[in-house]
Design a protein around this ligand. Structure first.
Ligand code: PMP
Length: 446
């Protein structure tokens, strides 16, 4: 059954009831982009067209689509044990998956707290940081610091520390006591960089100004993505994350890496922390942990933080936090099958090996109309297009529509930036195909 080609389904007559997330609903429903199947590097549309996936779904299907090992693991798990309460009861798969993830993580990040999404992972990490300081006798540390152009999901915590004005402006005061350090992007000094820009480590120093302003003993944690993904692929400048680590360590502030996108091979390593040689105190993950096939997220936790929670009376709950679907059996089964594929097919190593070819190919789009900048790191790329006059985001939107309807290409957009993040199984021919299609799209929206 699994090997049958996907069967196109018809588009329902009425699209009104489903209010789609983070979507221009009115525009979509006039001209829907409907998917019916997926295999390896491709989606199949409801009308049977094969679309090459330059987005790994939404940065999650790192092993490509339709992986039978994952589908079988999910089916078998659902039949054997569909659900188990994660509070006060355990399943072997959750412990095994936590061990496997901890083995992939930098030394010291040896504990895993499971949840169901990147948003929940961000909020879990922020709450864990606050609780840790309470337990540690430093309850005055309640301030949280994010970064401009950061994205940490849509919970109240993640929205508050997130640095995208549009995502915050509708929701009132959100969390109080939140600050943002500056984004690390400077087009004048960094344009058309492959990998980590030379310029920009000094942006980390802004943290010292916030410490001077508020006092270190009021600050709980700083959260950053090693590569800002949702705002258009902004890689950390050389030395930036090390500097953040030094400053946070000096002041007893916890450092949280949001690796929801960068985890599981996207930058050619299990985690970006390894690429940069910087170990945070907490590290959030989601997406690639199950290859997108089941919802799952989690937080990797440093030993010292975990152990601090374990010091109270043994019969008491150590961290009053968790979800009905934490460590869900189906997600755990999907996660274990996914990690087997990453290991057996050496996909992180493949991503690392093919990165230079990817970067060269994408960079060849420099010089096409309206291309203001191209950034690449790992198997990602951000291509900034000039906005149409008085219509920020419209050229990007047109590009995404044209790619899907006319070029058989799926890409993501962040305003007028095209974001490319293909599955890690990509080969050189497919890199060529994607870049050629992106070139056509850029010319079409010129
Ligand atoms: N953090 C980062 C860095 C992300 O990119 C995302 C999702 N794109 C999230 C958090 C939120 O994840 P989710 O949509 O699974 O809640």
């Amino acid at each position: 059954m699994l090997d049958k080609s996907p069967r196109p389904t018809t588009v329902p007559n009425d699209l009104a009831a489903h209010w789609m997330p983070f979507t221009a609903n009115r525009a979509f429903k006039k001209n829907p982009r409907m998917l019916a199947g997926a295999k390896d590097m491709h989606y199949i549309t409801v009308d049977g067209r094969k679309i090459i996936d330059a987005a790994a779904g939404m940065w999650c299907c790192n092993a490509g689509h339709g992986r039978s090992q994952i589908a079988e693991a999910i089916g078998q798990q659902a039949a054997a044990l569909d659900y188990a309460p994660p509070f006060q009861f355990g399943i072997p798969q959750a412990f095994e998956l936590a061990n496997r993830i901890a083995d992939l993580a930098p030394a010291g990040l040896d504990h895993v707290f499971f949840c169901n999404s990147g948003s929940e992972a961000a909020d879990t990490a922020l709450k864990m940081a606050l609780a840790y300081h309470q337990i540690n006798g430093q309850g005055s540390r309640t301030r949280l610091i994010g970064r401009v152009r950061g994205y940490h999901g849509v919970g109240f915590g993640g929205t508050s520390v997130g640095g995208i004005v549009n995502n915050r402006k509708l929701f009132g005061t959100l969390l109080t006591g939140v600050d943002h350090i500056p984004a690390t992007y400077d087009r004048e000094k960094q344009a058309f960089t492959k990998g980590e820009p030379e310029y920009g480590a000094h942006f980390a120093e802004e943290l010292e100004n916030l410490v001077a302003l508020h006092g270190a003993n009021t600050i709980a944690a700083v959260i950053v993505e090693p590569m800002a993904g949702s705002t258009g692929v902004i890689p950390a400048p050389k030395g930036y994350l090390k500097r953040l680590r030094e400053i946070t360590q000096k002041h007893g502030i916890l450092l949280i890496f949001d690796e929801v996108i960068t985890g599981f091979g996207r930058l050619g390593h299990a985690f970006a922390a390894e690429r940069y040689g910087v170990t945070p105190d907490l590290l959030t993950f989601a997406k690639g942990v199950t290859n997108g096939a089941a919802p799952m997220g989690g937080v990797l936790v440093r030993d010292t933080i975990h152990d601090a929670f374990m010091s109270g009376p043994e019969h008491m709950v150590e961290f009053t936090h968790g979800y009905t679907y934490s460590a869900h059996p189906i997600a755990c089964a999907a996660g274990l099958a996914t990690l087997n594929i990453y290991r057996d097919e050496k996909l992180f190593e493949h991503a690392k090996a093919i990165e230079p070819k990817w970067a060269d190919a994408v960079m060849s789009l420099k010089g096409l109309p309206n291309v203001l900048d191209i950034r690449t790191v790992g198997l990602t790329a951000g291509i900034d297009l000039a906005a149409l006059p008085d219509a920020v985001g419209k050229r990007g939107y047109q590009a995404m529509e044209h790619a899907f309807h006319n070029t058989d290409l799926m890409l993501r957009i962040a305003g007028d930036t095209l974001a490319l993040t293909p599955p890690l199984i990509i080969n050189e021919d497919q890199i060529g195909e994607i870049v050629e299609k992106v070139g056509k799209v850029i010319k079409a929206v010129a």
